[in-house]
Design a protein. Sequence first.
Length: 106
Amino acid sequence: MVLLIMVINNRAVLIKAMKKYLDSRKAIQSWVASVEGINPQNFIELRLIFGSADIVGENEILICFDIKGNHYRLTAKVIYPNMIFLKEFLTHAEYSKKYKYKGKRK
């Protein structure tokens, strides 16, 4: 039996974020440790592990992960079951501007 782990591509996104946002370091390291230990087969399985993960994007489907609670957002393209391409690390405010809510608010 071959054990697959999630491969994280473009770690430069995380390195840059940890330098720019010093308070994000522990949360990023925790996220990396969590991601490296999984191999979800689809978004439903991913969402069971990361309950706040959302699907975002218009030109390509990306997954948005909350980092450090409600402070930061990490967008990534996930190739199930074992590859993730990091795209952007954003503050909550930056994310809200870029990915405007498109549904009706109740």
